[in-house]
Design a protein around this ligand. Structure first.
Ligand code: URA
Length: 270
């Protein structure tokens, strides 16, 4: 029970807050991080300084469609190295998730690996440690990779989003769109031989499709880089889904075996 406020808090606001507490609300986190005392701002998908070619930041601000497949923001990534990409993401102010996250979660593993995996978004553990897939899903992912002889020394792992959505809610299309130019540059810079997309959110964003993961999983597709290089890409189930639906591990196992075979072929062709 809350005690009555001082004069400075309007009574209606106090009553609304008491009601929330009575309903059991214990986290002051909304779907979208926002400063309640300010008017809603436009969605900014531009850096603090305007990118090359744009004469002002406002030119680089763009309305992002909420319709599927996920639109990509018009933000132009400058980074030409992974180090620069990490720094550019850390400095980026165009995704509101950054306001509520503790850390920017960039990547883990070996960028020289032939295999890059992309998940959805950092969870609580990832946000705290600043590393992708370190919580329970990550532990399952590590066990799955170990089954085909891989670990963090020989794979490279990142996400579709670089900040944890509050309360682990599903990221909005706007948030995914804001991060997508970075994800695309990330793939371009790593240039893996094989790309594995963990779950529907990553598959939808990276492959620019509205198809669901059940339809996409297990089917190799080409992901084309700007220079025309085609990267063999396999969507599969997200480890968090496998934790909830263990029966689906059978399909995920098939996908893992397909990845192992493709890696062996790549190695043999070297
Ligand atoms: N789930 C993801 O998609 N990514 C993480 O980093 C952790 C959990």
């Amino acid at each position: 029970m809350l005690s009555a406020p001082e004069d400075s808090v309007p009574l209606s606001a106090f009553a609304a807050l008491s009601l929330q507490v009575a309903f059991g609300v214990d986290e002051a986190v909304a779907d979208d991080p926002r400063i309640w005392t300010q008017a809603p701002a436009a969605v900014v998908v531009a850096p603090a300084t305007a990118p090359a070619g744009a004469s002002s930041v406002s030119q680089a601000v763009r309305a992002v469609s909420a319709s599927a497949p996920v639109a990509v923001s018009s933000y132009r990534v400058q980074a030409r190295t992974l180090e620069d990409l990490k720094a550019e993401i850390q400095a980026f102010e165009g995704c509101a998730l950054k306001n509520t996250a503790m850390n920017t979660v960039f990547a883990d593993g070996n960028p020289a690996s032939p295999l890059m995996l992309i998940g959805e978004a950092p969870g609580e553990d990832e946000d705290r440690q600043g590393k992708p897939f370190v919580g329970v899903s990550g532990q399952l992912l590590d066990r799955m990779l170990a089954e085909i002889g891989l670990d963090r020394e020989n794979v490279y792992i990142s996400n579709t989003l670089f900040w944890r959505p509050p309360g682990n809610r599903t990221p909005t299309d706007t948030e995914v769109a804001a991060c997508l130019p970075f994800v695309q540059r990330h793939i371009e810079l790593v240039k893996p031989k094989l790309l594995v997309l963990l779950g529907g959110a990553a598959a939808k964003a990276v492959l620019n499709t509205k198809d669901g993961i059940t339809r996409l999983r297990g089917r190799w597709q080409d992901y084309a880089l700007p220079d025309g290089t085609k990267i063999q890409t396999l969507p599969t189930y997200h480890p968090a889904y496998l934790l909830r639906q263990p029966a689906m591990k059978r399909d995920a196992w098939r996908d893992l075996l397909a990845v192992r075979t493709a890696l062996e072929k790549e190695k043999a062709a070297e």
